[in-house]
Design a protein around this ligand. Structure first.
Ligand SMILES: CC(C)(COP(=O)(O)OP(=O)(O)OC[C@H]1O[C@@H](n2cnc3c(N)ncnc32)[C@H](O)[C@@H]1OP(=O)(O)O)[C@@H](O)C(=O)NCCC(=O)NCCS
Length: 177
């Protein structure tokens, strides 16, 4: 019981980029704010508010939010690869456009890795044209002098029936924080 409570204790830190921004794991109360932030952040796919509630409730340990004045201004969703227990799959990353370019996305991912010491690899998928996202992941690879690989995972024609750009799997690791 105590172990459960400790595992679920919400830890918060303040952003190095802006001391007023709190970084913590999401809880249910942030799910609608996350949904609203994703909605105004193309090219991200908007999922249902139910999905963000599930992530904030069941997957909060591998997700992170950035909060300013009780508003969600950043979010990373992730889960542990079921086939590779030391690898964090980073699903969606979003930073409110007013706060981009400050390195906040990397801070959120580092927050998750610090909370989960068994994780030392990252996987994510990105489209060819998402340069900001590619640069952000490249910064992690450079900062931790790690290895990086890339290969197509979900193809535009074969997997998305032409309705979505191809998603390339990027793997970075090991990351020793
Ligand atoms: C991708 C994203 C999460 C990066 O977050 P971030 O905290 O701004 O990341 P960084 O500060 O490391 O900046 C990464 C790159 O974004 C670009 N960038 C910087 N300032 C920016 C701004 N004001 N607006 C848009 N892009 C900017 C730059 O190319 C930067 O690389 P550089 O510092 O080498 O020039 C953010 O741009 C975003 O939310 N984009 C929309 C959603 C998205 O595409 N998510 C990723 C797919 S899952």
């Amino acid at each position: 019981m105590l172990e459960y409570a400790l595992n679920n204790m919400a830890i918060a830190v303040y952003s190095k980029a802006n001391k007023s921004i709190k970084i913590t794991q999401p809880s249910k109360k942030y799910a609608l704010g996350i949904h609203g932030l994703i909605k105004k952040s193309p090219p991200l796919d908007l999922n249902s508010s139910y999905l963000y509630l599930l992530q904030s409730f069941y997957f909060s340990n591998t997700c992170a939010v950035a909060i300013l004045n009780e508003k969600v201004i950043g979010f990373v969703s992730g889960f542990i690869n079921p086939k590779k227990q030391n690898s964090l799959f980073v699903w969606q990353v979003v930073i409110d456009e007013k706060f981009r370019g400050l390195g906040l996305g990397v801070e959120l991912i580092e927050f998750i890795l610090k909370k989960n010491r068994s994780l030392d690899h990252i996987e994510t998928t990105v489209t060819k044209e998402n340069h900001a996202s590619r640069k952000m992941f490249r910064k992690i690879y450079e900062k931790y002098e790690s290895n990086i690989s890339e290969q197509v995972l979900f193809e535009k024609t074969k997997d998305f029936m032409g309705q979505h750009e191809s998603e390339f799997l990027i793997k970075i690791g090991p990351i020793i924080i």
